[in-house]
Design a protein around this ligand. Structure first.
Ligand code: ZN
Length: 128
């Protein structure tokens, strides 16, 4: 398993980690299979979405903030319930098919680490 760090600088931030995952795929030597990207955190997640127009991720942030406000009638004493909910919505893992030694992502797809309780130092696990 390969691990790498992601340093976030805002409470909510989407970090394109496609290159780091691609590097892990190459380093593994696996030419045909599946790569799993796993986020070992409860207030961060991962999603595959458009990496051509950065406005898409900006708009996703706007929608998530609207649907899940930071303050509400939450009970969780740590005060970051919104981050837990958004992480649950994104999910903790993503799988991408690997063929001929390369991830088979769609033309406009990238892999995003989704921070919802930053800024923090985070970790991403990759397994083929
Ligand atoms: Zn919490």
């Amino acid at each position: 398993m390969k691990k790498f760090s992601v340093k976030t600088s805002a409470r909510t931030e989407f970090v394109d980690i496609t290159a780091e995952v691609a590097e892990a795929v190459t380093a593994s030597g696996v030419t045909d299979g599946v790569v799993t990207v796993f986020i070992p955190h409860t207030t961060a997640g991962v999603q595959i979405n458009e990496n051509a127009d950065p406005d898409v991720m900006r708009d996703i942030k706007v929608v998530l903030d609207e649907v899940v406000p930071w303050s509400n009638n939450y009970w969780h004493a740590e005060g970051n319930t919104a981050a837990h909910v958004k992480a649950a919505m994104m999910g903790a893992s993503a799988q991408i098919i690997v063929e001929d030694g390369r991830m088979q992502l769609g033309t406009w797809q990238g892999i995003y680490f989704c921070e919802f309780d930053g800024p923090r130092q985070r970790t991403v696990w990759v397994k083929l």
